[in-house]
Design a protein around this ligand. Structure first.
Ligand code: MF3
Ligand code: CO
Length: 256
């Protein structure tokens, strides 16, 4: 299903997006050496509830996970990249952490992710990999406007990731979003320009470039959810929800 939002729904999407962006920034500030992933999950739950919002994750039970996720934020450390299930782990200096959050507020969902290095000694390779996903996201957003096609966004994202030297896995990518978190159209992280669904004002998309440093092969953790690099290499993931506007795209998941 593809949803096109009206003006009132778009206003609500802006509220949800700002909430997701601000929770992620708060979590980023709190994700210091010595903090447990389960603390981050608990704080996320508290912030979602205080805002009167609902988690898109806690009851989520798609085919690619085992049972309901049961948590409020995805926490992916180092070789973990997608769907990182929080567990009893204390953050250490130099950990590469991805936080991925989706909530629904007043019937509209928003989804975003950030990657960053915990502590004060980030590895240059980690920062470069994170920056590549951020540039790829920016390129995808820059390509998003009415009458552009999904393939234009995929091509823009994939070109940046490939130029930076990262293998690209196409099993998971971006997606339409609206009254629910995962909708059509799918937005692959590489593809051919000029192909696919034609964008129109009122469409919401979650764009989410992610990479693994030296492989395109994922393995599933024993928890049944967390996806890790098959080689144990480090990984990065950056995501925003955007709205297609009359003349371009608006990023919804920035902290206000
Ligand atoms: N928010 C993720 C995405 O970017 C999906 C996470 S599903 C979960 O599409 F259940 F693992 F949380
Ligand atoms: Co997403």
């Amino acid at each position: 299903m593809i949803e096109i939002l009206n003006a009132e729904q778009l206003d609500r999407a802006r509220e949800t997006g700002a909430l997701v962006g601000s929770i992620l920034q708060t979590l980023r500030g709190r994700a210091v050496v010595g903090v447990n992933l389960l603390d981050l999950d608990r704080w996320t739950r508290e912030m979602i509830e205080r805002a009167g919002a609902e988690s898109c994750y806690v009851d989520y039970a798609p085919s690619f996970g085992r049972g309901p996720f049961g948590h409020y934020v995805c926490t992916a450390v180092n070789d973990a990249v997608l769907h990182g299930m929080p567990y009893d782990y204390v953050l250490a200096d130099g950990d590469l952490l991805t936080l991925d959050l989706a909530v629904t507020l007043h019937g509209v969902a928003a989804d975003a992710a950030i990657s960053f290095v915990v502590g004060s000694n980030p590895a240059a390779d980690d920062l470069a990999m994170i920056a590549a996903t951020e540039r790829a996201l920016a390129a995808g957003i820059a390509a998003a406007r009415p009458d552009a096609r999904i393939g234009d966004l995929s091509h823009a994202i994939g070109s940046v990731l490939a130029a930076a030297g990262y293998p690209i896995n196409l099993e998971f990518g971006g997606h339409g979003i609206g009254s629910t978190m995962h909708q059509d159209p799918h937005v692959a992280n590489d593809g051919r320009a000029g192909r696919g669904y034609r964008l129109r004002p009122g469409l919401l998309l979650a764009l989410e470039p992610w990479v693994m440093a030296d492989t395109d092969v994922l393995v599933t953790d024993a928890d049944g959810w967390t996806l890790r690099s098959a080689t144990g290499c480090r990984t990065a993931h950056t995501e925003h929800t955007i709205a297609i506007t009359d003349d371009g795209a608006e990023i919804l998941t920035l902290a206000r």
